[in-house]
Design a binder for this molecule. Sequence first.
Ligand code: GRF
Length: 202
Amino acid sequence: MKIAVLASGRGSNLQALIDEWLEGSLPVEFMGVGSDQIKAQALLRAEKVGIPTRAFPRENYPDKQAQEDDILNWLEELGVELLVLAGYMRILSPYFIRRAECLIVNIHPSLLPAFPGLNAQRQALEYGVKVSGCTVHFVDEGMDTGPIIMQEAVPVYEEDTVETLSQRILQVEHKIYPEAIRLIALGKVECQGRKVTIKRHS
Ligand code: GRF
């Protein structure tokens, strides 16, 4: 399966995917990594292993649609079948979602539908939940509302800070994102309406 990744920052989830791919356990072809931030660490991680990169800096475009058109053309040129969002900090518009010819997945650091949007870990701490986690989901036109592919929980401790909780969740993100993408690439993930079925043993 031909994949591309969009990331705005650190790129640790991208790195988790690259590591599994280098080990031979992620059956995908990395067509490219894109970012809206020229200096994103994610771009350096890709370059280091020879994956083509492309920056789509906001200031280069008159408006959001022009930037999204450029990203859509890039995906089409590369023949991308699955777009992986990994800390991409710009919301994709309904226009983009409708025009994209590939599947789109995202990872979010909470157990959706709880705490969508920005600062999910802070939201969880402020709400006082005892369990949080992360969610891999297909992207639809809403904010973190698409069909859920995989989730994993982590405990929330009384002494947690945003940093300690984020770190605990991140460790699980690095495990389930490659696993979800592996299953999608193997054709084991089916989506009907909101319901995602994983055929692990067929
Ligand atoms: C992760 O917490 C992910 O859940 C969220 O953005 C963060 C990206 O981190 N969507 P990284 O850039 O992959 O390290």
